[in-house]
Design a protein around this ligand. Structure first.
Ligand code: ADP
Ligand code: MG
Length: 765
């Protein structure tokens, strides 16, 4: 008797044979077992596969091979056919596997492949019947029995699933539907259909039929067992309710299955038809949708066109409005223009009328003019005579001018070409407050006499060309110097010195403070003024250099960068002296002069701690170079005016001279003595004039001699403390004044003269 175990499935109580022990080895991954737990939580994929294949609810699929231990009652085995196997194998005294028999159709299939998990008798699964076949068993006892079918996929070892699908019918009841071994266990693995309960009638016949759906059916073994008597499982009973009378009809599960199959077929057909209908409708819908889309596109196009047209209409409206406005404006303008033109025409008419009248008057005047032409001719002749007279006068004026200059020079020459003006400064505030006595007497100053109280009642008198008292100002001093400076414009070399002890007013006389300027500035002012006056007859070109002679060295105070070479005095081929490389700043007006003098003065300050002290130990020289061209006769002259602020003349003995200071004092002494010696040599008409004994005399050579004009300001102090220096200065000046330097002569620029001569010669040829 086979053990039965009860479980519930789909709400129907069913009896199942007890599980063979080999089932416990069944892996969890393929869940084909039905038990209460599983039913509670069914594996959806396994369950549906299971449901779709098993038609008999009592049967089950077991994914392992046949085990003898599972066969608890070997006596109950009625037949065990090993399909595809030729011979009968006796497994035990009670269990015998028959060679393949009772089949109808099909072929034999065998394999040497190992069958995994094949149970106690793997050979069962290495042979099979395959193809279009069925089994028909005879002589079986009447009553119920169980049929077990053994399968293994031994052909299509690599699948795929669905390659072999078939139905199995026993006694024409479908027990396996669309059965696919590969899809359940894969290749070379056994699969048993266990416990299909069938009943055998009086004829003792049992038919197992295999129907291929896809590919050919296959079976490896068929086992027919006797069903235990009296323990027939309770057939599931199901009821159908009539749709009309509501009465319930009892149906067996087999009938229910048949009905379900029929209904399924019917519904499948219906579904097929509905699917076709649906497809058709979908196609229709698609077509409708396509035409709707096309219509929409058309509609969109039309809408856009409409928009365009609307826009065009609107812009046309706007244009029309603008044109109308323009038209109105034009009309208004036309009216205005018409009015203004009318007024203008009237105006013109009036003017024409006036012009006509004027024309008549002018015609009359013209007639009277024609009549007066002879008179006019007389007047023209008169004017021409006057012009000729004027030319004659001009010529005479020129001659007179030349004579005037000649006479003027003669006057200057009679005065001597070296003149000495003595200027005495006032007592300084300090000297006055100290009660310092004055040793100078100006009683006969107007006659050029200066008295000096030399001690006690002794008085020495000195004679000069002019004597300026402390009350005489810069204007008075320049008034006497001005004719001399102007002679530089006539082509004479001129030299003006300021000589004297430090602090006696040399710089005051030459430069002067800004608000009370001295000879230098006033000279240039005068030169520009005269040049302007004479601009009809002469052109002048003025340039200036500012130099300093310190310790027998020449320094260019206008040089923007320190001279790379020592400045030296050179003689030109024409015999004049100059310093090559020295800056000659062209000056066109008094403003230029001021900036140049400032530049020189600033340069002097550079490199000296005390400007006043430094200036007292160096000779400061302003040289004005004048180039003149006489526009009447083309004569060109080149002349120089030297304005020299000499270093202090105080003697060495008076100073505590040491080191550098001693050297300075010696150099000053040397140059001032050289100046005295030059003048002395000139005075005595010596054959040798020692110009080269000092840089100063060498530099001034052209202007210290017979053909040039010299003015010396001898500056003195009125103080009794300076008496000795005052006397020394006055003696020096007297010596200078006594010199007759001879006639001054013009400095003709021979190079220019020669150039003009060549030009004239060229023009003549
Ligand atoms: P030096 O150049 O001979 O050393 P300065 O020209 O520097 O002398 O004069 C010395 C001082 O005397 C300066 O303060 C100057 O203003 C003043 N001084 C010189 N001469 C006159 C004068 N004629 N009238 C007024 N002040 C004078
Ligand atoms: Mg000075």
């Amino acid at each position: 008797m086979e053990d039965l175990q009860f479980s519930t499935f789909n709400g129907v109580t069913e009896a199942m044979p007890a599980e063979p022990s080999c089932f416990s080895e069944f892996g969890e991954d393929v869940r084909l077992r039905r038990d209460p737990e599983d039913s509670a939580v069914p594996d959806e994929a396994g369950e549906s596969l299971f449901d779709s294949m098993l038609c008999d609810s009592n049967s089950r699929l077991v994914p392992s091979g046949f085990s003898s231990s599972s066969c608890t009652e070997p006596d109950g085995v009625l037949r065990f056919v090993n399909s595809g196997h030729e011979t009968t194998v006796e497994a035990s005294s009670t269990l015998k596997f028959m060679g393949d028999s009772s089949f109808n159709g099909g072929t034999v299939l065998r394999t040497d492949e190992d069958i995994t998990d094949a149970g106690d008798f793997p050979f069962l699964y290495q042979s099979a019947r395959f193809g279009n076949f069925c089994y028909q068993f005879h002589g079986l006892p009447r009553g119920d029995c169980f049929v077990d079918l053994h399968f293994a996929e031994i052909i299509y070892t690599n699948g795929p699933k669905g390659i072999r699908v078939f139905d199995v019918l026993i006694q024409e009841d479908k027990v396996l539907s669309e059965f696919d071994i590969f899809s359940v266990v894969g290749a070379n693995k056994p699969l048993q259909l266990v416990g299909v309960r069938v009943s055998v009638k009086e004829d003792g016949e049992l038919v197992v039929r295999f129907q291929g759906i896809n590919g050919s059916p296959v079976v490896n073994a068929i086992c027919i067992r006797k069903a235990p008597e009296g323990a027939a499982p309770q057939q599931p009973k199901e009821y159908l309710r009539c749709n009309h009378c509501a009465s319930e009809i009892e149906v067996s599960s087999a009938e229910k299955r048949l009905m379900r199959t029929k209904a399924t077929d019917k519904y499948e057909k219906k579904i097929q038809q509905l699917t076709t209908d649906c497809q058709r409708k979908a196609n229709e819908c698609h077509e409708a949708w396509m035409s709707l889309t096309a219509a929409n596109e058309q509609l969109e196009k039309v809408r856009m066109e409409l928009d365009n047209k609307t826009f065009q209409a609107r812009s046309l409206d706007q244009t029309v409005g603008e044109q109308a406005e323009n038209l109105r404006n034009i009309a208004t303008m036309y009216d205005q223009h018409k009015k203004s033109w009318t007024a203008a025409i009237n105006n013109m008419r009036e003017k024409i009328r006036i012009m006509k009248e004027e024309h008549i008057r002018l015609s009359r005047d013209a007639h009277s003019c024609i009549e007066s032409i002879p008179e006019l001719n007389n007047m023209v002749a008169g004017v021409q005579a006057l012009v000729a007279q004027c030319e004659d006068l001009k010529l005479k004026y020129s001659e007179e001018q030349a004579k005037r200059k000649q006479l003027y020079n003669q006057i200057q020459e009679t005065k001597g070409n070296i003149r000495v003006f003595c200027r005495c400064r006032p007592l300084s505030r300090e000297e006055s407050s100290n009660g310092c006595a004055t040793v100078v007497d100006f009683d006969a100053a107007k006659d050029g006499d200066l008295g000096v109280l030399t001690g006690g009642s002794n008085k020495r008198t000195f004679k000069f060309d002019r004597v300026y008292t402390p009350k005489d100002g810069q204007v008075d001093v320049f008034a006497d110097a001005s004719p001399l400076v102007v002679s530089v414009l006539d082509g004479y070399n001129v030299c003006i010195f300021a000589y004297g002890q430090t602090g006696t007013g040399k710089t005051f006389t030459m430069e002067g403070p800004e608000h009370n300027r001295g000879v230098n500035y006033r000279t240039l002012e005068q030169l520009f003024s005269v040049a302007r006056e004479r601009s009809d007859a002469f052109t002048y070109n003025l340039s200036v250099s500012v130099l300093e002679v310190y310790n027998e060295q020449i320094r260019d105070l206008l040089a923007t960068s320190p001279a790379s070479k020592k400045l030296e005095i050179k003689q030109t081929s024409e015999g004049s002296h100059h310093v090559p490389g020295i800056v000659e700043a062209k000056v066109d007006n008094i403003n230029d002069v001021w900036s140049v003098l400032q530049a020189g003065s600033n340069a002097r300050a550079v490199g000296s701690n005390n400007v006043n002290e430094h200036s007292s130990r160096s000779h400061c020289i302003l040289c004005i170079m004048v180039k003149t061209k006489n526009l009447m006769n083309g004569e060109c002259t080149k002349s120089k005016l030297w304005l020299v602020d000499l270093a202090g003349s105080e003697r060495l003995a008076k100073t505590d001279a040491q080191g550098e200071r001693l050297k300075e004092a010696q150099n000053i002494n040397k140059s001032l003595s050289a100046l005295g010696d030059v003048i002395y040599a000139l005075a005595t008409k010596s054959s040798h004039i020692p110009y080269r004994n000092s840089k100063l005399t060498h530099l001034l050579q052209d202007s210290l001699g017979g053909d040039s004009k010299t003015l010396m300001f001898v500056q003195i102090s009125p103080s009794e403390h300076d008496l000795s220096e005052t006397l020394s200065s006055l003696n020096f000046a007297t010596r200078v004044r006594g010199v007759e330097l001879g006639h001054a002569r013009k400095q003709i620029d021979t190079s220019e003269l020669q150039r003009v001569k060549a030009l004239v010669r060229e023009n003549l040829t």
